[in-house]
Ligand binder design. Structure first.
Ligand SMILES: [Zn+2]
Length: 113
């Protein structure tokens, strides 16, 4: 389950921002997830509770926000958004798309005390 290690790196980021911004407790974490990040939301919430136990984010709420997948279409010469990995370009129907985003995970916002 790679969600555990994702949550561990998440905790690292939270702890870093806590020492920079001087807060001691986190109430809510808004986490943006790319559509291609292969994260299972239920597993993510479960791992979050386990990893955050006894830390400054103990009992915090995890809000997951899914980001649309962005791909580069070499025919349209622009970024387009698709719903699934093997979708065609919504503008021209071409399948030769380069994935340029959708695998990222980042904290959008922290509600702190
Ligand atoms: Zn296209």
């Amino acid at each position: 389950m790679h969600e555990i290690s994702l949550c561990e790196s998440l905790l690292k980021v939270i702890e870093d921002s806590a020492s920079q911004q001087n807060f001691s407790q986190v109430k809510t974490v808004w986490l943006e997830l790319g559509r291609f990040s292969c994260v299972e939301p239920d597993a993510m919430r479960f791992s979050f509770d386990v990893v955050m136990k006894g830390t400054l984010a103990d009992g915090a709420r995890l809000e997951l926000l899914e980001l649309p997948a962005r791909v580069w279409c070499s025919k349209c010469l622009k970024d387009v958004e698709i719903q699934q990995r093997y979708d065609a370009c919504p503008s021209c129907g071409d399948y030769r798309l380069q994935i340029s985003g959708g695998e990222e995970m980042r904290i959008k916002e922290l509600e702190v005390v």
